[in-house]
Design a protein around this ligand. Sequence first.
Ligand SMILES: [Zn+2]
Length: 257
Amino acid sequence: MKEFNNLYLCPRCDSVGELTPSPITCIDCGYVGCLIARHIPHTTRQRWVDLESSDQTWRWDKTLSRKLKHRGVDARLAKEIQKNVKRLFTVFGQHRGEMDGLFPHFMEDYERTTGKKNRQRNSNKGKSMTKRGSQRGALYEGAFLKIMDLNDSFERCPGRIHPDDTRYNFHPDGWYLDGDEKIPIEFKTTKGGNFVSPKMEKYIKQSRKHGRRAKRFDFNSSGYSILIVCCPEERKFGAVVLSSAADDIVPATKHTR
Ligand SMILES: [Zn+2]
């Protein structure tokens, strides 16, 4: 699709426009550092639009909160965050007939934007699985960010934090705002059957990495991080606030420190 090869995607306001030399600046909101856009195939997008319009609401699932139990986290805050995440999915559910307007048409072309190869893509099967997963992820994350925009407790994080710091740069999907503290959010979408405890470990590690780095760069003093996971096919979602105590359950690996 040649007509779609020449576009950028703005991570702050979601607008799409014609590519310019780097750094790409959004014509609509002025954001510097837009992404190179890749079109999401219509049939893929439509499949998820149809799934959402079928009459099933999102259900809170305890897999995550049971595994981690908000250990070492202020109880008032954990409760409040859980309430606000539930609110996001209530709004998501209220719009499930309008997902055609909420799902994005474009996602980041990772390889063209960063110049890096995606590490998981070696076999053909792996390639198509990763592709399907990343398209699903892009659709749901895109819609989720739009819903987050409507809630004052949340904020997007359009760009990588301290990209020039080779060791400690990081990029959460968004922030939860608690007074002066900003807690990084990682948002994940899983395929059916994968909303199970062992599959969460990779996500927990990534979320903890954001927590440690956010504290290092003074976004907060607690070092907390938030992990939100949803499984559209099973209509499940869950969330947990993580502190360094989560490392006892899922230890950090070298590159997530
Ligand atoms: Zn913009």
